[in-house]
Design a protein around this ligand. Structure first.
Ligand SMILES: Cc1cc2nc3c(=O)[nH]c(=O)nc-3n(C[C@H](O)[C@H](O)[C@H](O)COP(=O)(O)OP(=O)(O)OC[C@H]3O[C@@H](n4cnc5c(N)ncnc54)[C@H](O)[C@@H]3O)c2cc1C
Length: 387
């Protein structure tokens, strides 16, 4: 077994880990990024990859706004194409209760300083997006939201990290953390021991596997989201679509393919991991996506389907992530529990985690993202929005 030390080991090569590894390496830290399967093998590949501020929890909004500002310059900074486009986000209302929900959202978020339009009628919606059906009664529209190519973005961060000296260990699984006297000493993979004083758990739904031997956990539920991707279509849809109750979302990719998602449903607990993690959607969830999408976007019904898959969310009781030191273990940090909206904020999450590792104060209020807050959380909230 080989031994080569690092200043920091980042565990997980999704958007969170890749962006963290990049931010740390860029600032001169000696980084090893360990990914069990391949870059973007899990949520960061399964995702819809919306980059939105609208509909964010007030605690997360400052991160989302900073992320949107950062995404605009990432192609230049990372010297690679992320596929980022600022093409807006439209959240649809399909009945009168949803009209009220969207109206409230626009008011609340406007008060928080986000520029968000309320499209108050079917005509106003269809004037902007003629492909939408008359079943849409109203919508919010946030022009500064958008999306990116998820796999390209994760690769862009990882390659840029490597250019700054980070070492990427792909296809290598972290199997344990060595802790002595309350201090992290090393990270163990199946192939090696990496002596280190710092590690960041950015392992998505598998984060608790690494915390369990330390008798720690972030309370997570793992609902499943079904994703359909069509063959390329002529330009049809401008913004990313969402709906008031989060039971579907979708967007047209730069390639012309529609990529559409269900709401969060029950997962039967079956995931195959060879050669890459795969969760199979149920026929019922696929049928629901088709029905719900075609209800608002009739052209979807006749589109040829290219691919179907399912993804898991790492849903915390308050639907906010943990971005914090791990209590009781000096040098160990956790970035997990993104609850269906961790892609868009990834570039900022990376900066936050690299800053925590360096021991610097953050520009953001990180109190809502504390590891130990669930000890005090009274009620569990459901997933309200994703996409
Ligand atoms: C269908 C779907 C739609 C979504 N839509 C949006 C959206 O529109 N906008 C948005 O912002 N967010 C969205 N999300 C959420 C977003 O994709 C995730 O929050 C984000 O990608 C999480 O990134 P991550 O890097 O934290 O986790 P992941 O991408 O899951 O990465 C974790 C990585 O850790 C690796 N790993 C795990 N255990 C180990 C180990 N022991 N050793 C080494 N490596 C390990 C895994 O292989 C994996 O690659 C969506 C999610 C899904 C599933």
């Amino acid at each position: 077994m080989t031994e080569e030390s690092a200043d920091v080991v980042v565990i997980g090569g999704g958007i969170t880990g890749a962006a963290t590894a990049y931010a740390a390496a860029r600032d001169g830290v000696d980084v090893v990024l360990v990914e069990r399967f391949g870059l973007a093998a899990m949520a960061s590949g399964w995702t819809l990859a919306g980059v939105r501020q609208s509909g964010r929890h007030p605690a997360e909004l400052p991160l989302a706004r900073a992320a949107v500002a950062r995404w605009a310059g990432l192609d230049d900074e990372l010297e690679a194409k992320t596929g980022y486009r600022r093409h807006g986000n439209m959240r649809l209302a399909r009945d009168t209760a949803e009209v009220e929900a969207i109206r409230r959202l626009v008011d609340e978020q406007g008060r928080l300083g986000l520029e968000l339009e309320f499209l108050r009628s079917t005509e106003a919606v269809r004037e902007r997006e003629p492909a939408l059906a008359r079943t849409v009664l109203a919508a919010s529209f946030c022009a500064s939201d958008g999306s990116a190519d998820p796999v390209a973005s994760v690769r862009a961060f990882a390659r840029a990290a490597e250019r700054h000296g980070a070492r990427l260990l792909e296809g290598e699984r972290v199997i344990g953390l060595e802790v002595q006297g309350g201090r992290l000493q090393a990270v163990r993979t199946g192939q090696r021991r990496i002596p280190t004083r710092h590690a960041v758990i950015a392992s998505g739904v598998f984060g608790n596997e690494l915390l369990a031997p330390l008798e720690l956990a972030v309370p997570l539920r793992q609902p499943m989201v079904t994703v359909l991707q069509t063959e390329p279509l002529p330009p049809l849809l401008g913004p990313v679509l969402g709906v008031a109750n989060a039971d579907m979302a979708g967007r047209q990719e730069g390639s012309g393919r529609l990529r559409v998602t269900s709401g969060a449903g029950d997962w039967q607990g079956v995931m195959t991991t060879e050669p890459v993690p795969r969760v199979s959607p149920t026929a019922g969830s696929v049928a629901q996506v088709v029905t719900k999408l075609a209800h608002v976007l009739p052209a979807f019904e006749t589109a040829a389907i290219h691919a179907v898959w399912a993804g898991l969310l790492d849903l915390t009781p308050d639907a906010l992530p943990v971005l914090d030191r791990v209590p009781g273990v000096d040098g160990l940090f956790a970035a997990m529990g993104f609850s269906g909206h961790g892609f868009g904020i990834g570039p900022v999450t990376g900066e936050i985690m690299a800053g925590l590792v360096r021991g610097e104060p953050s520009d953001f209020d990180l109190a809502p993202f504390r590891f130990d807050r669930f000890n005090r959380t009274a009620a569990e909230v459901g997933l309200t929005l994703h996409g």
